[in-house]
Design a protein around this ligand. Structure first.
Ligand SMILES: [Cu+2]
Length: 146
């Protein structure tokens, strides 16, 4: 019985962390890196191509069902984790050097990255930059810039 309670507690906390905002997503949608894989070595500037299936890309501010715009998290804990992680999931992503917004509906970026290892994650956001419910996020990948 104790084990069942523990599992229930874990499920509850996971559900909370993955609540996202108020805009429903297609739960089968997927966001992914088209041209990069975990462990890749690249040179700067780095081009990152964003893939999305099951939903559509629309500029920020567009209220249309099953759409969103891309965000690239650079050198951040996985979305929902770390300082402010839960708030970012529920209330929206900040715009800074670690959270790039593509509110024009862009599907790729070429950006300078310092030599060394960097983590990247894609997060789809709604009209107001808030992750959907459930959130549509990519795997976190680590790339090395030579
Ligand atoms: Cu945004």
């Amino acid at each position: 019985m104790k084990a069942i309670n523990t599992i229930a507690a874990i499920c509850l906390s996971a559900t909370f962390a993955w609540a996202g905002g108020e805009t429903p997503s297609n739960p089968d949608a997927r966001v992914y890196f088209v041209n990069l894989s975990d462990g890749d070595t690249v040179s700067s500037p780095v081009t990152v191509v964003f893939g999305l299936s099951g939903m559509g890309v629309a500029p920020a501010g567009t209220e249309a069902e099953n759409t969103g715009h891309h965000h690239l998290l650079i050198d951040r804990p996985p979305i929902g984790e770390g300082e402010d992680g839960v708030d970012e999931l529920a209330y929206g992503l900040p715009a800074d050097d670690n959270h790039l917004h593509f509110g024009g509906g862009q599907t790729e970026v070429t950006t300078e990255l310092a030599p060394g290892a960097h983590t990247l994650q894609l997060v789809l956001g709604d009209a107001g930059h808030v992750p959907h419910s459930p959130p549509i996020v990519s795997q976190v990948i680590t790339i090395t810039v030579e």
